[in-house]
Design a protein around this ligand. Structure first.
Ligand code: ATP
Length: 291
């Protein structure tokens, strides 16, 4: 697989658009309910989406909604269908049924180039045999937009945002797993998406970068859906969580309502005590094996 195929919903060439800097304030205005400058709203609505392989239902009638500018955590045990759902929402796999709307528009019915401008995907693993500098990898995020003289600056700014500006000229292949993960986010940022889909974006990161990456995603105010294994990160950073189990939604709502012992035991098969972090007021989960 190539980087281009695996991490950007579609990158089939320039369409249009200026190289305006990433505008977190504008996105946050949308989240706050004030009218966005371009009149569009970026809420995500997934209706009854299913996806199967060889007759096996992997995603089974999933519906969820994410408010414009919010961060939603997609949680669930191994094999529960998180990545499959993200790929389906991104239009990378064709659902058997259901609908995905972004800002009220049919995302899966859009032309591929249009979707590529609006949706960025950060997948778990990416590979390429092509020798590329880090800066070039980030610039791939501009592919769906019209090329401008500012693209290099945008790419360097995005690298700066993820603390990787020093490595802009490095060969991509020499990066560590965590460094690659941060470069992936930088590439998604230069894409200036309306919807950001992240598949375990923190799994290679040390604790500092786990916190800073999710804080950054929140700060951007882009509607984001992130598959996460770390339930405490989800509890700390997500506005809303959706728990999948065997391809279906087992629970959804605010982290403090969903990440409760009964749900954790039923879905993850472990016991759990929930405390409140005195500094943040957010839930902290402590796990023990079932007797
Ligand atoms: N292309 C495919 N062909 C066959 N089975 C698949 C395919 N893609 C996914 N699956 C199966 O679908 C199920 C869900 O996989 P998926 O990767 O979506 O789960 P996940 O929740 O992201 O898991 P994890 O937490 O382990 O990353 C798994 O049992 C997986 O083996």
């Amino acid at each position: 697989m190539t980087l281009r195929k695996t991490t950007v919903a579609s990158t089939t060439g320039p369409v249009d658009g200026s190289a305006a800097p990433i505008d977190g304030a504008r996105r946050r205005d949308r989240a706050n309910g004030s009218e966005p400058a371009d009149g569009r709203r970026d809420s995500l609505d997934v209706f009854d989406v299913s996806w199967s392989v060889d007759g096996a239902l992997i995603v089974d009638g999933v519906s969820l909604s994410a408010k414009a500018g919010s961060l939603t955590g997609l949680l669930g045990p191994n094999g529960s269908g998180k990545s499959s759902l993200l790929r389906t929402i991104a239009g990378m796999t064709r659902p058997d049924g259901g609908m995905v709307n972004l800002g009220g528009e049919d995302l899966l019915g859009m032309r591929r180039r249009e979707r590529a401008r609006r949706v960025a995907v950060v997948e778990q693993e990416t590979h390429t045999d092509v020798p590329l500098r880090v800066l070039d990898v980030v610039r791939l995020g501009r592919t769906p937009h019209k090329a401008t003289e500012h693209d290099d600056d945008l790419a360097r700014n995005a690298l700066n945002t993820v603390g990787m500006h020093d490595l802009a000229e490095r060969d991509w292949h020499t990066l560590s797993g965590g460094e690659r993960q941060r470069v992936h986010l930088a590439r998604a940022l230069v894409q200036e998406p309306e919807l950001l889909l992240l598949d375990e974006p923190t799994n290679h990161l040390d604790v500092h970068f786990q916190l800073s990456l999710l804080a950054k995603v929140r700060e951007l105010g882009v509607t984001s859906l992130a598959a996460l294994h770390d339930l405490n990160l989800a509890a700390s950073y997500c506005d809303h969580v959706v728990v999948l189990d065997d391809g279906r939604v087992a629970a959804a709502g605010a982290p403090e309502d969903v990440l409760v012992p009964e749900v954790i035991r039923r879905v993850f098969n472990v016991d759990c005590d929930v405390h409140i972090n005195p500094r943040t007021g957010r839930p902290v989960l402590m796990f023990t094996p079932l007797p």
